[in-house]
Design a protein around this ligand. Structure first.
Ligand code: G16
Length: 476
């Protein structure tokens, strides 16, 4: 059963993520694109891959299917960030693109992200059709067309290319590298053995920003942990930042669409805070107005900043596809998620960890302040927002129990807080009279239930954490 989650299809290598299943998914995407030919007649497809085990080989497997189906394939000559593929889809007016990646998942996983011609992650109405095509192919394996990679290269059906140039130009238009250079800020870039190697470090090098890049070698085991740039996995970056003065740390995940920020004193800064300070930075430095967007379990710190600047806020289910969709349709200033994804006006409708890290560096350089100092100043104006996220591996019965409880008898109070609003955009979010809230939902990328909490004080955060833990544990 091949199913697309929050972003793409992900599965354990050699279990479900096999050459056969990659062929099935590629054929299913090709069939989908054929069905779209009336509205978008391009015959070009972009194929990239990350640094995971055999990703380039799985990419070739997919390229063989698209070429056999009559598509012209632009196949990346190296591991490539997901946002770079988005850029290339748009520039070449391609029918779409796929990236062989399992993003931030553990090393045992691989996956396929598919983006249609608009460049953002496919929306559910698209992935549903691809899933249906996969099922149809299962019953008719002869439906899979294949041509050998080398033969397709000779026949000019597949062209091996670098996608760097357009992407670098775009980033250089969006980021004030002169300001970073003038500030003499030193950047330590941790690419976590992922697809930002040769991208983030080269951009810094080309723009003469003093920097050190770490974890640039390919390591399919990602140092034994998943390539997720959060507080748990950036110990080396933290110690590098702490041991150098005026050094700021930026990190990117396996396919370089997520960011991690280490402030100049070596502390990890949560993406929720980064979204809020960047909205403020963009409004002040670019003089942009319009709308901002965040997914439902993202902190309302950014809402408070939006309100302060008279910017409208859009709330979406979890998944960058929904934020990308807003960027296409509305004058978006910034859109982001608590899971460390963001994009801004003028960029692709896909999250970009490289852009995010450089933008925060620009903000630090221009303000000559630490990120923490900027957060504290902003909090004085708009309020304090503290957040926590817990992940639980629960039995199917426990998950059913939680769903039934919220669907049939949602709590009226939690830890003495009256639930003023129940938001059901994605999972369940209980918003209290104070504006503090708790949320619970099933992850679409990992086999876990996620619980999110936001409070205005440490005490309230701890109380709500305990209350949610108890609520979840009673379901076990
Ligand atoms: C993916 C999606 C994001 C989403 C994140 C977490 O990130 O692209 O939009 O916020 O997963 O989703 P979930 O909570 O359902 O696991 P990535 O970087 O893995 O593609």
């Amino acid at each position: 059963m091949i199913s697309f989650g929050t972003s793409g299809w992900r599965a354990v290598i050699a279990d479900e993520f096999t050459i056969h299943n990659v062929r099935r998914v590629a054929q299913a995407v090709a069939d989908y694109l054929f069905s779209e030919q009336k509205t978008f007649p391009s015959k070009e497809i972009i194929i990239g891959y990350d640094t995971r085990f055999m990703s380039e080989d799985f990419g070739k497997v997919a390229a063989e299917i698209f070429a056999a189906n009559g598509f012209f394939v632009s196949y990346s000559n190296d591991a490539v960030p997901t946002p770079t593929i988005a850029c290339e889809i748009i520039r070449r007016k391609a029918a779409g693109g796929i990236n062989i990646t399992a993003s931030h998942n553990p090393p045992q996983y691989n996956g396929i992200k598919f983006s249609p011609s608009w460049g953002g992650p496919a929306l559910p109405e698209t992935t549903r059709l691809i899933e249906e095509n996969c099922r149809a192919i299962e019953n008719n394996p002869n439906a899979i067309k294949i041509v050998a990679f080398d033969d397709a290269v000779k026949a000019k059906k597949i062209t091996v290319r670098s996608f760097k140039k357009t992407y670098f130009t775009r980033i250089e238009q969006l980021i004030d590298f002169d300001a970073i250079r003038r500030s003499k800020l030193h950047i330590t870039a941790d690419v976590m053995h992922g697809a930002a190697r040769g991208y983030l470090d080269e951009l810094l090098e080309n723009n003469r920003i003093p920097h050190i890049a770490i974890n640039t070698n390919r390591d399919c085991l990602f140092d034994g942990h998943r390539p997720e740039p959060n507080g748990e996995h950036l110990a080396r970056l933290v110690s590098m930042v702490k041991s150098h003065t005026r050094t700021f740390g930026v990190a990117t995940d396996g396919d370089a669409d997520r960011f991690g920020i280490i402030d100049i004193d070596g502390t990890y800064i949560a993406p929720n805070d980064i979204l809020a300070v960047l909205l403020d930075h963009l409004v002040r430095t670019r003089k942009w107005n319009g709308v901002a967007a965040r997914s439902v379990m993202t902190s309302s710190f950014i809402d408070a900043v939006a309100q302060y600047h008279g910017v409208a806020m859009r709330e979406t289910p979890v998944g960058f596809k929904y934020i990308g969709d807003i960027l296409i349709k509305e004058p978006l200033i910034i859109g982001g998620e608590e899971s460390a994804g963001l994009t801004i006006r003028g960029h692709v409708p896909e999250k970009d960890g490289i852009l995010a890290g450089l933008l925060v560096a620009e903000m630090v350089a221009m303000s000559k302040k630490s990120v923490r100092a900027i957060i504290n100043e902003l909090s004085k104006k708009v309020g304090t927002f503290l957040t926590a996220r817990m992940n639980y591996r629960l039995s199917d019965d426990a998950v059913r129990g939680i769903k039934t409880m919220f669907a049939n008898n949602p709590p009226k109070t939690i830890a003495g807080n009256h639930v003023a609003k129940l938001v059901t955009l994605d999972g369940y979010k209980c918003v209290f009279d104070s504006g503090e809230w708790v949320g619970i939902r099933l992850s679409g990328t990992e086999p876990v239930v996620r619980c999110y909490i936001e409070a205005h004080s440490k005490k309230a955060l701890t109380v709500l954490q305990h209350a949610m833990q108890t609520m979840i544990q009673t379901q076990k």
